[in-house]
Ligand binder design. Structure first.
Ligand code: SF4
Length: 319
């Protein structure tokens, strides 16, 4: 069952470039469509600057969408008004990369966790206290921690607090934007295992954004590969890791020796990601693709289904 369906979502920013202040448009998310099934962990992978975080923020309504629809449980979020909007905000929560920046340094942890409940619910103080203590316990924090301030914790503990804050309202859907990339490797494993356990305990659905393919391989059910604001390949995790189709996906996998099989074709990415203010015509990957053909510079490839669950956008697969 689909929990959230994104249709033709486009997010653009107007900025000014250089000392002359020349106006330019940043095309962060381009006509992107994606559905996320209830109970799954859908990972979005791609280089920094490919639009992953903007996508998450647009779903959270932290960035305005220019076009498209975000359908959550059958309703278009972009047209919601209160009280539906308030209900949506309770059901959808976000975990950010930097837990310290996402916590108020002047608030004790108890108040940080209680605040969303005070704003969004009619629970009594006793009920709020019980939920806060129970949630802290679920993420591995002692009750004594609740009287401390964020600076008194390690990075891993702060991320546990940020996860608890996302959980107190019993959400259905969590957007996790690089939730472990700021943590030490040993702590990353603990947080990943925690998220996996919480998914089952709270019956959660995740959009998991990461540039770390090893984490994605371990944690996710499906993987979407994003390049310059578009999904260029999507499939079950095994399909993406064992039978990747798009040259960009192969290049990303080639950059992680631990998950590349011996003898497998390797593609080394040349050059940087083009500026999202100056998108290449045709296939956006053509400026870096070793298989580029004349048609790739002129036309955008359509979606080609490889299996029922795996598609790619590349002319190598267009019949
Ligand atoms: Fe490369 Fe062409 Fe495929 Fe784009 S469509 S990935 S340029 S082969």
């Amino acid at each position: 069952m689909t929990l959230i369906e994104i249709k033709n979502l486009t997010v653009e920013y107007k900025t000014k470039r250089g000392i002359l202040g020349t106006p330019e448009i940043i095309h962060a998310v381009n006509n992107l469509s994606l559905d996320i099934k209830k109970g799954e962990i859908l990972a979005v992978a791609g280089e920094s600057g490919c639009g992953k975080s903007t996508l998450a923020k647009a779903i959270m309504l932290l960035e305005p969408a220019c076009k498209g629809e975000i359908i959550f449980e059958g309703e278009n979020v972009l047209q919601m008004k209160n009280p539906e909007l308030k209900a949506f905000r309770k059901k959808v929560q976000m975990i950010f990369q930097n837990p310290y920046a996402s916590l108020n340094p002047k608030m004790k942890i108890f108040d940080t966790l209680a605040e969303p409940l005070k704003i969004n619910t009619d629970f009594t103080n006793d009920e709020i206290k019980k939920i806060v203590v129970d949630t802290a316990c679920k993420v591995g924090l002692d009750e004594e921690c609740l009287n401390l301030y964020p600076h008194e914790f390690s990075g891993g503990q702060r991320q546990r607090i940020a996860i608890a804050r996302a959980l107190v309202l019993s959400p259905e859907f969590i957007l996790a934007d690089e939730p472990v990339s700021a943590l030490d490797v040993s702590i990353q494993a603990q947080i990943i295992n925690l998220l996996q356990g919480l998914k089952d305990d709270y019956d959660l659905t995740f959009l998991f954004i990461s540039h770390d393919l090893s984490v994605i391989k371990y944690l996710s059910d499906r993987v979407a590969i994003m390049y310059l604001g578009e999904i260029v390949e999507l499939g079950k995790t095994d399909e993406i890791f064992f039978t990747p189709a798009h040259p960009y996906t192969k290049a990303l996998l080639s950059s992680v020796p631990q998950i590349t099989k011996t003898g497998e074709e390797k593609i080394i990415l040349e050059g940087d990601l083009p500026s999202p203010s100056d998108l290449p015509k045709g296939c956006k990957f053509h400026t870096r693709c070793p298989y580029c053909m004349p048609v790739c510079r002129e036309k955008m490839p359509d979606k080609t289904q490889i299996t029922d669950t795996h598609y790619v956008k590349c002319f190598l697969y267009n019949s």
